[in-house]
Design a protein around this ligand. Structure first.
Ligand SMILES: [Zn+2]
Ligand SMILES: [Zn+2]
Length: 159
């Protein structure tokens, strides 16, 4: 089976091909991701920067993180507004692809939920999945121990 993952925006003007498997796929419940998507959270797959080819018009919005002081770049289709990808000043070697933009989103699998402390009411965290109240690591890169719940739990009562 081909490892190539393809996808694109809502209108089809932007397309991408990822030639390597996703390093990880996660759901972020931070307020930036809530605003960016206009929804409860953002599901993203991380890839090595040089393994993803993008084609078509892309506009960029720069957002400076209040937590790290580093910029996040939101790459979106100027025609239909779909957020296709994020890049990070803090992790220049990685590119995030929005899970919903894959032609087949089920070819990637969610491995963790992050920033659960700001999850909206009504959001349920799954059982046996790595959950982090904030990021997966401290600002100096030290990994943080995840919490795994034995049964699904409401995010706002999990802490
Ligand atoms: Zn589009
Ligand atoms: Zn986020």
């Amino acid at each position: 089976m081909s490892e190539v993952l393809e996808g694109g925006c809502l209108c089809g003007a932007v397309r991408f091909r990822a030639r390597a498997p996703a390093l990880r796929t996660l759901v972020c419940h931070c307020r930036f991701c809530q605003k960016m998507t206009g929804s409860t959270s953002y599901a993203e797959s991380m890839f090595p920067m040089d393994s993803v080819e993008l084609s078509g018009p892309l506009s960029v919005h720069e957002h400076v993180s209040q937590t790290s002081g580093k910029a996040v770049h939101v790459h979106f289709c100027p025609r239909c507004g779909t957020t296709v990808s994020l890049t990070f000043q803090r992790w220049p070697e990685y590119r995030a692809i929005s899970r919903g933009t894959f032609d087949d989103p089920d070819r990637v699998c969610i491995g963790s939920h992050i920033w659960t402390e700001s999850a909206q009411t009504g959001v349920i965290l799954p059982a046996d999945t790595d959950c982090f109240e904030r990021a997966r690591a401290t600002l100096d890169g030290t990994p943080i121990e995840p919490t795994r719940y034995p049964a699904p739990v409401a995010a706002r009562s999990a802490a």
